[in-house]
Design a protein around this ligand. Structure first.
Ligand code: ADP
Length: 263
């Protein structure tokens, strides 16, 4: 039936038999749909009032109200942050309902240079940033989504690495295709948290993460973007030593530089 979702599993049963288990999960799919729509609607409704509040806050000149200047700064920062959360929730809603990505050529050489510049701007000289880009291949997919996912890993590395640390951004060939990775010498993540890291709003240390200015949705967005590109996110981390986040792309996503053939 077109409106029913049936989950079918084949299980071993005895020595030579199999058990076919068919479960009707239509109600779960429906609930998931309701949750998605709700989040998307709330985020959408919050957008306009937030834009108005933010706009008016920007209009106030702190020198007109010197006694309120520190409060004004905080209000601006928080309204900006709330706006970012809403934008990230809308991005997630879009990615969740999307089934395919655009078939665009993602030019990796200029993208890697841009990502490096963004890293330098965020770090403001506090970290030693190195770029190793030897893959010599472009990617097939969404330029906008891949840019935001790959930049996100760099912004996390900057935010979770103390001053003086190293951040290495790599784009390298591997036997299975090509891998983009970001390695930092930062705080690291205890193994028990790794499996849940890409859940929305999941944070290892909420105070540190909130102070660092993130929305708690970054890795969730990265995971969705990679899924849409049939790519895998690998996380390796050692508390107190640092972390490596790797995005592994298969051969079918690679495009020869300058041409249109797959490599
Ligand atoms: P946030 O906005 O909180 O950074 P993310 O989804 O990007 O949200 O990351 C989820 C959590 O994973 C962070 O709160 C942080 O605890 C942890 N994390 C992400 N990247 C790193 C990293 N490079 N080093 C250490 N911890 C990290």
């Amino acid at each position: 039936h077109p409106n029913r979702h049936i989950n079918v599993t084949l299980l071993p049963f005895g020595r030579r038999q199999r058990l076919l288990l068919a479960r009707d999960i239509s109600h779960l799919t429906r609930l998931e749909q309701i949750r998605r729509d709700f989040v998307a609607n709330v985020s959408h409704e919050l957008r306009t009032p937030l834009t108005v509040i933010h706009g008016y806050l920007e209009l106030i000149d702190p020198s007109d109200v010197p006694e309120l200047a520190p409060v004004l700064g905080e209000m601006r920062a928080q309204s900006k942050r709330m706006g970012q959360i809403v934008e990230d929730l809308l991005t997630l809603s879009r990615l969740e309902t999307q089934e395919h990505v655009a078939d665009e050529r993602v030019q990796m050489t200029p993208l890697m240079a841009t990502i490096r510049r963004e890293a330098e701007a965020l770090s403001q000289g506090r970290h030693h940033i190195v770029l190793e880009s030897t893959a010599e291949t472009d990617l097939l997919g969404s330029v906008k989504d891949l840019h935001s996912a790959l930049s996100n890993l760099v912004s996390n590395a900057v935010r979770y690495t103390p001053t003086g640390g190293n951040i290495t951004i790599r784009w390298l060939r591997t036997p299975e295709g090509a891998t983009y990775s970001v390695t930092d010498t930062g705080f690291g993540i205890p193994a028990s948290h790794l499996a849940r890291l890409t859940e929305r709003f999941y944070r290892v240390s909420s105070s540190r993460s909130r102070d660092s200015g993130g929305t708690g949705l970054g890795l969730s967005i990265v995971k969705h973007v990679l899924n849409l590109h049939q790519a895998r996110l690998d996380i390796q981390s050692e508390p107190g030593q640092g972390s490596t986040f790797s995005c592994c792309f298969g051969h079918e996503r690679l495009l020869k530089l300058g041409g249109s053939d797959e490599v």
